[in-house]
Design a protein around this ligand. Structure first.
Ligand SMILES: *Cc1c(COP(=O)(O)O)cnc(C)c1O
Length: 374
């Protein structure tokens, strides 16, 4: 048996009739950019997140960059973020010229540690990027309270929801918990297109207006550029039409992911430590576990046909590309520790129960053998 780490094709094959019809409609309409599918998807996705506005863009990294520009963040500004979330927020900071300031994550869930906010803020702090990592929501209410307590009420909160479409915190969906939020529709995300795509949600009139201009040359009307540092980053009609089909399935997809997470948790509980333990408000984008014997475990899993991956192996500040960049960092004890131990197991809507049973069987025989003396 060969179990791939990701297989969005299975999910998309199930909807092939509807997806084909959606693509055909675009072909027949003759409208390819910023047409009815984009506008309607933006309305539907804003409603899904309980945000007032949604503007779609080319991908999740553009969404982060445009959101930072909408917040007027640039040179000499600081952005607080974490170093263990794949480098996307760092890339966006570099693009706008802002300085990332890294704080540590909490020991268990590996999410931004709100308790470190007060040690990280400075007069230059303009924004905190809170990444809802692995499908788990950062407690934005608590983050806001920490900023207010540190007398930094003006610091904005940007939620990076690229791994958490539909996740909730205190019963409310991510994407409308901070000042502005970004999403990616990369094919393997919880809501995935058949190509690149991204979106920004906000309930602030002014930020929405700026994002709408920034994604299209800084225009406020055709050929009239009023906002500086605009770019061209748009979702196309075909991807929007496909995302409209798939948005209707998102809650069902997330529920399926939660079932898979529960199954995997049962399979490897007590054998390795589970980071992404099942709970109602996280949407199981990734299933992440940890063990000191990672290398041997992954080798055994791979030899038995089970693909694994590491999210993520290198902290942002340790990347070679950061050598000549400026940043600040607190002590990253838990972030560092995690990079040595974490690995991820296949967790996607298309995985079959036969495949899940195979993973269970390998864990309970060969992997438990490796970890039993620890
Ligand atoms: C995937 C991802 C992004 C970037 O999205 P792209 O569409 O690939 O640019 C940003 N942040 C996080 C946390 C992601 O997982």
């Amino acid at each position: 048996m060969k179990i791939l780490f990701n297989q969005p094709k299975r999910e998309n094959d199930e909807l092939s009739l509807e997806i084909n019809a959606a693509i055909k409609n675009v072909l027949e309409s003759g409208i390819y950019i910023l047409g009815n599918n984009v506008t309607t998807f933006e309305e539907e996705f804003a409603a899904y997140c309980n945000a007032k506005y949604c503007y779609t863009v080319g991908n999740g990294t553009d969404a982060l960059e445009i959101a930072l520009r909408a917040l007027d963040i640039g040179e000499s500004d600081e952005v607080i973020t974490v170093a263990n979330a794949g480098g996307y927020s760092t890339t966006a900071c570099n693009l706008v010229g802002a300085t990332p300031v890294y704080i540590d994550v909490d020991e268990n869930r590996l999410l931004l540690n709100v308790d470190q906010i007060s040690s990280a803020v400075s007069p230059k702090t303009k924004c905190v990027i809170a990444t809802h990592l692995y499908g788990q929501a950062v407690d934005i209410k608590q983050l806001r309270a920490a900023l207010d307590a540190a007398r930094h009420t003006e610091v904005k909160i940007l939620e990076d929801c690229a791994q958490a479409h539909g996740a909730t915190s205190h019963g409310k969906k991510v994407g409308a918990l901070g000042d502005i939020a970004t999403f990616s529709f990369y094919p393997t995300k919880n809501l995935g297109a058949l190509g690149d795509g991204g979106a920004i949600t906000t309930s602030c009139d002014n930020l929405a207006e700026r994002c709408k201009s920034l994604r299209q040359y800084g225009w406020t009307s055709k050929y009239c550029s009023t906002v500086s540092d605009g770019q061209n980053s748009r979702l196309d009609e075909i991807q929007a039409a496909i995302l409209r089909v798939k948005l209707k399935q998102l809650d069902a997809y997330n529920q399926r992911r939660q079932e898979i997470c529960a199954h995997l948790h049962e399979s490897c509980q007590g054998i390795v430590d589970v980071v992404t333990t099942p709970c109602d408000d996280h949407v199981s984008h990734l299933f992440v576990v940890r063990n000191k014997n990672r290398e041997k475990i992954c080798k055994t899993l791979n030899a038995n046909g089970i693909a694994t991956d590491i999210h993520y192996p290198i902290l942002d500040l340790d990347q070679q590309s950061m050598k000549n960049k400026s940043y600040r960092s607190l002590e990253l004890t838990y972030s560092n520790q995690a990079t040595q131990e974490i690995f991820s197991l296949p967790c996607y809507t298309g995985i079959t129960s036969v495949e899940l049973d195979h993973i269970r069987q390998i864990f309970q025989s060969k992997i438990s053998e490796i970890t039993k003396d620890q």
